[in-house]
Design a binder for this molecule. Structure first.
Ligand SMILES: Cc1cc2nc3c(=O)[nH]c(=O)nc-3n(C[C@H](O)[C@H](O)[C@H](O)COP(=O)(O)OP(=O)(O)OC[C@H]3O[C@@H](n4cnc5c(N)ncnc54)[C@H](O)[C@@H]3O)c2cc1C
Length: 477
């Protein structure tokens, strides 16, 4: 045990309730949704802010790695303690307070995103970032990964709603970035540096989030297309008309079939085996009415078939089916390279053709679904881990995919982040000078390199790692 003495000292200082070294606690904190297991020495469940300062100072003194954990739904291994050490579990810090007079949510890092949305909704406000994992994941994890979701195209991602953050630098010093105001131009913006820093530049304990008025009207349309390229082309044209759907989700043929089989639902009766686009308009009733006319005209000229959801309940059931897509893919293989690439709208059709080629040439199922409103697509390379030929084909396919999205002017990740899974590709996206600048920031804030080490900058080949076959609570929901 590399840090046994340091762990014993920390336990003596904070108590066995706070510093847990039992096998069950350590096993539960050893992986996230990437299922890459790395056992920590201890799990720290802090009672008060001061406990965190003690942990970070001790970690710096004894050079113990510290990995912060929300709910562990990260798909990239970013929450897995790859170097061991201490995992800080912030799930218990989950207070949510809505300031309905001004439209703000003051939340603690461990608050579930669905709980924040429900509390805002109850007071007539709306918090739009909505990862499919929202029932489980925490706002701390969302800030650290700059999480997005289906509402990204119109409203943006977590970054667009964070006004202020409080927490600890890796050295254990308390800092506050921003204020509960919509404007803040006082000094370097390190609040935005923390957002998307994957728990490597600081520990968030509290956040102030901006809310928007709950949309008074919603309208949902389902459109089926001849093939994937036709769907991509049509959505490109819709966006060019300056129509901003609140949600614009694409499901290719394989995703529709998997989601239907997993849920028992029928996505679009009479259009079996067709790719579909789900569109939701939201806002003031007058605005929704105007946009509805334009969207219906667009669907009439581009889609094979279309129909509006007859009721809110029907619309919600369509969104529920869409949220099950990720888990539903496992009927096509027991391993998945789950990529959340971004492609600019001008290259949608080229990307659809590239995916067709990738499927043909790799011989693997590559179901794809996601957010066409902002070009953030979930490309799922499915294979069987025990089959070496399939594993090699998956590795080649993911490399080609990453190179293609960068060539098309897009991004290797739109919302999941880099973690371990995308570390081999960081340098495809960024120049050597840009990576050096990121490392310089990391070194300046975390001189001992204790916070979430081994991630992002160090190449880790996820397809070579022998994974655990564990079931997580959200896998089959
Ligand atoms: C079924 C499923 C669907 C998903 N759908 C989406 C989606 O639609 N959109 C999307 O963006 N993501 C999605 N995800 C990924 C995941 O839910 C997000 O990345 C989420 O933000 C992780 O939150 P968490 O609380 O589980 O964080 P964790 O997984 O515990 O941690 C993630 C990262 O955040 C860091 N971190 C956590 N808390 C803090 C803190 N307080 N301070 C500093 N760093 C911290 C960790 O160190 C780690 O690097 C999905 C995951 C699953 C399993």
């Amino acid at each position: 045990m590399a840090w046994l003495a340091a762990t014993v000292r920390l336990k003596r200082r904070l108590g066995a309730e706070v510093v847990r070294t039992d096998a069950a606690a350590c096993a539960a904190a050893s992986y996230d949704s990437s299922k890459l297991p790395f056992r920590p020495e201890a799990v720290v469940v802090p009672r008060v802010r001061g406990d965190l300062a003690v942990v970070l100072r001790a970690a710096n003194r004894d050079r113990v790695p510290v990995t912060v954990r929300g709910r562990g739904t990260s798909l990239t291994g970013s929450a897995a303690p790859v170097r061991g050490g201490w995992v800080v579990d912030l799930l218990g810090w989950n207070r949510v307070r809505i300031d309905a007079a001004v439209g703000l949510a003051r939340v603690e890092a461990g608050a579930r995103v669905a709980a924040i949305q429900a509390a805002a909704d109850a007071r007539g406000w709306f918090y739009p970032p909505d990862p499919s994992s929202r029932e489980y994941c925490t706002i701390g994890g969302n800030v650290a990964c700059n999480a997005g979701g289906m509402h990204g195209g119109k409203y943006g991602v977590t970054r667009d709603f964070v006004l202020a953050l409080k927490g600890f630098l890796p050295t254990g010093e308390w800092v506050e970035w921003g204020a509960d105001t919509k404007k803040f131009s006082a000094g370097f913006n390190l609040r935005d540096l923390w957002i998307g820093s994957e728990g490597m530049l600081g520990i968030v304990t509290d956040a102030t989030l901006k809310l928007i008025p709950r949309p008074a009207a919603r309208w949902t349309l389902l459109a089926a297309f001849v093939d994937e390229a036709a769907a991509f082309r049509a959505v490109g044209r819709l966006l060019a008309q300056r129509i901003q759907p609140a949600i614009c989700e694409f499901l290719d043929r394989a995703s529709v079939l998997c989601a239907e089989r997993a849920t028992g639902a029928t996505v679009f009766r009479g259009q079996a085996g067709r790719p579909v686009v789900l569109i939701e308009l939201a806002g003031h009733p007058g605005e929704v009415r105007d946009q509805r006319k334009a969207v219906l005209a667009w669907a009439a000229s581009h889609a094979l078939a279309h129909r509006a959801a007859a009721s809110r309940a029907e619309a919600e059931s369509l969104w529920a089916v869409r949220r099950k897509c990720s888990g539903a893919m496992f009927e096509l293989g027991d391993a998945k390279l789950n990529e959340d690439v971004v492609v600019p709208a001008r290259n949608y059709v080229r990307f659809a053709r590239f995916l067709d080629r990738l499927r043909r040439e790799s011989g693997l199922p590559i179901p794809t679904f996601g957010h066409l409103g902002d070009g953030n697509l979930h490309v799922n390379i499915m294979y069987h881990r025990a089959n070496p030929a399939e594993s090699r084909a998956a590795e080649r396919a993911v490399k080609r995919l990453m190179a293609a999205v960068v060539e098309l002017g897009g991004a290797i990740s739109g919302e999941h982040g880099i973690g371990l899974a995308k570390s081999p590709f960081l340098r495809l996206q960024h120049s050597p000078a840009a990576v050096r600048a990121m490392l310089a920031v990391k070194h300046a804030l975390d001189p001992q390199g204790i916070l979430n080490p081994g991630k992002m900058f160090e190449v880790f080949r996820v397809w070579e790692h022998p994974r655990l076959t564990v079931r997580l609570p959200w896998d089959h929901k």
